[in-house]
Write a protein of this length. Sequence first.
Length: 390
Amino acid sequence: MIAEAGAATALTLLLGYALVDPPGPSSWLPTWAAWPIAAVMSLPVAFRRRWPQAMLIVAGTAAVLATAAGTVAAGAIWVSFIPTALALYLVASTASLTRSVASLAGCLTGAAIAVSVFYTQVLPSLPPALERTELPPYWPVEGGTIGVFMSAAWGVGVMVRRQRHLVARLAHHRAEAAVADERRRIARELHDIIGHSMSVIAVKATVANYVADLHPQEVRAAMTVIEQTSQSTLTEIRRVLGLLRSDGDPRDTLAPVPGLADLSELADQATSAGVDVELKVPGDAALPSAVALSAYRIVQEALTNVVKHAAPTRCSVTVALDGGQAVIEVLDSGPRAQREPRSASLGGHGLIGMRERASMFGGTLTAGPHAEGGFHVVARLPYDRAEAAA
């Protein structure tokens, strides 16, 4: 906003000078009137980012009226259309191509009409009166100049818009590729663990069913193998879910699967990194181990982002059980020092992985700047109450 105000002030001075000391016949208005007129014509520049289309209309209308009213002298008309060109650039860089083309056509038409009216109707009536055949040949130069920089402003705006769309599409494709890679990685890990074990279980179950009446001892042995294989498979699945995203020491694979009870350790680690964490977890909170693991990983990733992007700061972590779903909320108050605002599309394993963990249980995850400052992450993970109580 400060830059926009500075640009508007600079344009006011430029327009005022052009109106006070023009290279041509003087206007019928007093000299001092040039400055308020210049201020009105430059005002849209200060607000063009907030209301680009409206400010384009205001700037273009002001330039056309000022020219048609004779407040701008011959040779200085092109200067009065500079605010219009700046507003046109922003419209072209933000609006649809159809709207920006219509805006360009409107600006060129309005400028052509204004220049024509000025040189055929207004200028001959201004002192000193000149015969039309004696008028200086400014109009081709001014008309051409206005057309060139209007078209240039529009062209640059369109290129900027296309570049933004290209960057957005590339970011979207990268995010989709990251999700696809993660899903393939999960599928490979689960296939390696489950494939062999389920094959063993299927074979033993078939044998047990076949020899049930003739060889009871073989049935008992088959059931023992099925029990052991099932337990081993469940353990491996929990281990994969817990360590699929871990970049730490491979020896950690023997550690227990973390859950809600381990959130206090995460809070302590974040505190040691400069983040004052307020942790709120119900003492009787019971979740299925897979859901508890995902809740733990979501909080872990969210706190990691807080440490990386906002420390030193304050942060609250809240876990609540609400009607068959676990609600995890992480809210930080923003960095104490001035930093670049965080985006809701953090790269790497950040938000992509958290959303994948939530969607794995049919849940949702939202993340973005909070209305009162800071960054807000909310995850909702549905779970089976009977499984949690087991």
